[in-house]
Write a protein that binds this ligand. Sequence first.
Ligand code: FAD
Ligand code: EPU
Length: 334
Amino acid sequence: MKIEKNILLKPYNTFGIDVKAKSFTNFETIEELQEGLSFETNRIILGGGSNILFTKDFDGLVLKNELKGIEVVKETDEHVYVKASAGENWHQFVMHCVENNYAGLENLSLIPGNCGASPMQNIGAYGVEIKDVFHELEALHIDERSVEAFSASACEFGYRESVFKRKYKNKFVILNVTYRLNKIPVFNTSYGAIEQELQNMGVKELSIQAISQAVINIRSSKLPDPKQIGNAGSFFKNPTLPKAELKRLQAIDPSIPFYNVSDTHIKIPAGWLIENLGWKGVRKGDAGCHAKQALVLVNYGNASGKEIFDLSSEILASVKEKFDIDLEREVNII
Ligand code: FAD
Ligand code: EPU
């Protein structure tokens, strides 16, 4: 394996932050990964770099995941179990499943990044989360160098959460993920604008292909394309609060939107809170709050990671001041 020195990371993070890594390597096999792990103790595993904000040069080894391969590992009358190596591109994998009529991932079309990162934060969109179709994953225990299998319950999935972001942070490298997909589709069009978009498209007969295209259309209309404007999707999570908080919040602004997530808790769209405070479209230097989606922070070209981070801190403080809500960053800050 080739270890390169002083590598520019701008092409490897969708925020387009111009920082350097002390060392950098790609790994295509577990053996190469093991070799890289032995080379340096300060390291980071990188997939598509679409959920990361580098705030400074990285004084260690970046290990870029290039493990490839997709295979059907099991089939029953109802399900097909598809295993994807961690370095497979997520959207291409979803398209592969949609083309083969393996149902379950269509609502998750066009999410950037790699399959290996999909369980990290239990990626979700348009009413579906990875946990809904997850079967198992295999991961390398970094200290013990053993490969361990994780079931869904072992992953402790939550909203944009898993065990790999919490107690096993930096302890495992995810090698592959197996998804349990449906041969007979269960269509999920309940979220937001999907029904409307299907109508606009003139869809008469529902299919996973049509849902995938509807999701692609909606996402393309409001989320900035990282190839044009640097970003990492939603910068903050939508806050989950006890229902009892609603009265207090409605006294501040009666139009505050919310939805029930359980008998006891509600979720508030953070995009609304941020827009309500006047941040939508605000630009400070090259760091900004996106004009079409206030939950997305953007790099118009030459913003530093610190400038984006500082903007996020100002937004956090203003949400706290007006609504007394502590927003949580979704993006991994390095
Ligand atoms: P990276 O950014 O490379 O890594 C993310 C974290 O996971 C890092 O801490 C990294 O060290 C770690 N990591 C990565 N791979 C591995 C591995 N194999 N083993 C161990 N650790 C690993 N997310 C959603 O959930 N829903 C959305 O709708 C959504 N929309 C987005 C839209 C845009 C335009 C963008 C830019 C991002 C969006 N995201 C969304 C966020 C992002 O795409 C996902 O979080 C994605 O899964 C990140 O994948 P990645 O390969 O780029 O991860
Ligand atoms: N809203 C505003 N102003 C804005 C943006 C949003 O008022 O500028 C309010 C509106 O009330 C809107 C609601 O927020 O109805 C929801 O907005 P949207 O459907 O765009 O979704 P979101 O809550 O902002 C979440 C995820 C996205 C995911 C979409 C679709 C989080 C943190 N974000 O965004 O995931 O794609 O729903 O399911 O949960 C990501 O995680 O990176 C991401 C993009």
